[in-house]
Design a protein around this ligand. Structure first.
Ligand code: 9MR
Length: 361
């Protein structure tokens, strides 16, 4: 089946897909091959036992040139939208896997792994969810959601963002947790239960806690780091499996950044037995004028940041939030920004060279 046939075949292709081959062996590095695609980000990362990938929306793959670029450069894809609760679980007893199945089928046909994003989040949820959780049935609702998604994609998803963005120090709680509708309905129990369920229904997958704001060196970054470490420690003490911290890595040139303090945070994670992975990387250069200077500055931060993470931890997966500037969510704020490795015409930029160089080290 060709890539385009798979995209057109939709749900039927996914049924074939989920009844297929073996599950991923924990992390997404199991999909690495380096033979056919020398010179790509995928090959450069795989050579050192790491997986490179990108966030993708199914609709973007309608462009064959872009689909080819993703298939060549990536070992892993992540649905940026299609797997979220609001898309797949629109009514309590109704699941819609149409666009998600097409993306997963694309991955399968091209030999790519899939990172699942995300089982629990306080955003992009269906309207019915908060009231139902508050009504007391949170455990059953969560169980049905996790069992259905993890079960359906058990043979495709090598790594799950089980919970996304559960800390918010600004909410003023002493434990640093976000005062979300999840927390209000279930307390800490929703976090613990989400990981217990994921371990049960996705036993072969890597289980990740995913969050933003742990990369930089501003005061708010330090507060977020503390809250994240506290949460991870609590989950570990509760006896649940959390394999990795997904560091979203939405970076911006000019923000406070220190390799030393990032190194300390990575050491703290190692003490907890939690591996960092990079899950949604892009670098905004909106404060820099001129394409040439902007591209250089963006590439330099890609290099400095990844060099720190890759040399000071056991990070084995780097995912950018899109490959081409054409698809970056950051362009909503500044349409002239250039935060991703390829420009809007799919030409490689200095950021791409920086990634290749860092992966080669
Ligand atoms: O890039 C994603 C965008 O297309 C979606 O509309 C949005 C809401 O679902 O989510 C964006 O991705 C977010 C990710 O899921 C979590 N971290 C922040 C990302 C950017 O907002």
């Amino acid at each position: 089946m060709t890539r385009r046939q798979v995209l057109a075949a939709g749900a039927a292709a996914a049924t074939w897909l989920v009844s297929g081959g073996p599950a991923g062996a924990g992390a997404c590095t199991g999909v690495c091959t380096t033979e056919a695609d020398a010179g790509t980000l995928r090959a450069a990362a795989c050579r050192r036992g790491r997986a490179f990938g990108s966030g993708v929306a199914t609709g973007e793959l309608a462009n064959p040139e872009y689909a080819d670029l993703v298939a060549r450069q990536c070992a892993v894809v992540v649905p940026t939208w299609e797997m979220k609760w609001g898309q797949v679980h629109k009514a309590p007893d109704v699941f819609d896997f149409g666009s998600c199945d097409r993306l997963v089928a694309f991955a399968r046909v091209n030999g790519l792994g899939v990172r699942g994003h995300t089982l629990v989040w306080h955003r992009n949820h269906p309207e019915w969810l908060p009231a139902r959780l508050a009504g007391g049935g949170w455990r059953d609702i969560l169980a049905s959601h996790v069992a259905t998604l993890c079960g359906r994609y058990r043979h495709a998803v090598c790594s799950w963002d089980v919970v996304n963005e559960a800390v918010e120090p600004e909410d003023g709680r002493s434990d640093g947790l976000r005062d979300s509708f999840w927390l209000k309905a279930a307390g800490f129990g929703y976090l613990r239960t989400a990981y217990e369920l994921a371990a049960e229904y996705a036993p072969e997958a890597e289980l990740v806690y995913n969050d933003y704001g742990c990369e930089g060196d501003a005061r708010w970054n330090h507060r977020r780091r503390s809250a994240v470490l506290h949460l991870l420690e609590r989950l570990k003490k509760a006896g649940v499996r959390v394999d990795a911290l997904g560091m979203q890595s939405h970076l911006r040139v000019g923000d406070a950044f220190s390799t030393r303090s990032l190194g300390r945070f990575l050491a703290d994670l190692a003490d907890l037995g939690v591996k960092p992975i990079v899950t949604e990387l892009e670098v905004r250069g909106d404060r820099i004028r001129g394409v040439h200077d902007k591209d250089r500055a963006v590439a330099a931060l890609y290099r400095d940041y990844l060099e720190t993470v890759l040399t000071r931890s056991n990070c084995d997966s780097v995912v950018t939030w899109g490959l081409s500037d054409r698809h970056s969510w950051r362009l909503d704020e500044d349409p002239t920004d250039r935060p991703l490795p390829f420009d809007s015409t799919l030409r490689a930029k200095p950021a791409y060279e920086a990634l290749l160089a860092v992966f080669g080290k």
